[in-house]
Design a protein around this ligand. Sequence first.
Ligand SMILES: Nc1ccn([C@@H]2O[C@H](COP(=O)(O)OP(=O)(O)OP(=O)(O)O)[C@@H](O)[C@H]2O)c(=O)n1
Ligand SMILES: C[C@](O)(CO)[C@H](O)COP(=O)(O)O
Length: 225
Amino acid sequence: MTGACLLAGRTAALIPAAGSGTRLGRGPKAFVEVGGISLLARSVAALAPLVDEVLVALPAGMDLPPGLPARAVEGGDTRQQSVARLLAATGADVVLVHDAARPFLPGAVVGALLEAVAETGAATVALPVADTLVRGEGGLRVEDVPREDLWAVQTPQAFRRELLLRAHAQARAQGVAATDDAGLVARLGFPVRLVPGDARLFKVTAPGDLALAEALTRVWDAGAR
Ligand SMILES: Nc1ccn([C@@H]2O[C@H](COP(=O)(O)OP(=O)(O)OP(=O)(O)O)[C@@H](O)[C@H]2O)c(=O)n1
Ligand SMILES: C[C@](O)(CO)[C@H](O)COP(=O)(O)O
């Protein structure tokens, strides 16, 4: 429990894994394998040694694969609902929310995130944008967008649990949907620390990502992480 030792109280990893994987087109995405191991099993294995408990939101009717050191809850219709159900199922003081669909999670990134949340109460892993950014309309480049100060948000994201509970409660009350949990916390007016992420933490979303993930397993599983 290297990272958890930096924090007062218990730490839980919450893994939303209840998506249907529409863009990938291979059935429930968390169960898709790369290098012979499912995306879900890879995400659980990365986090389990660093936290006190792991909870996973699964599609209705699906069970945790045998041997995974985690507890399952039934997911919701959206990622936000799945995270809300995970939050309701833990009493941990600090929660780390991590997409099952990001299977390559370096331990050093988790360590830096845990240090940040111990200081601030809310933090997310993110990458400074490296490409030129433009706005397009009808397939045409119409406007350049300055990329200074822009970050691409990844997971994991870490919060004091009571803060994330408040953020989800406010979102429910106001009918707000956000694409990530740090966005809900920011809406409360609470500062969210940005912790430098890692290109290998990409989200497996479309078929091309799967080919990249398959290739990465060859060095990752040989210990290059
Ligand atoms: N109702 C949902 C939808 C998504 N997720 C999880 O949230 C993460 C990020 O979602 P995404 O990559 O969009 O996965 P899918 O929803 O499965 O993909 P798609 O939008 O292509 O169907 C994934 O680990 C996914 O399993 C979830 O737990 N519950
Ligand atoms: C949470 C997230 O991975 C941060 O980048 C992202 O917002 C999830 O988006 P999705 O459309 O649910 O995949």
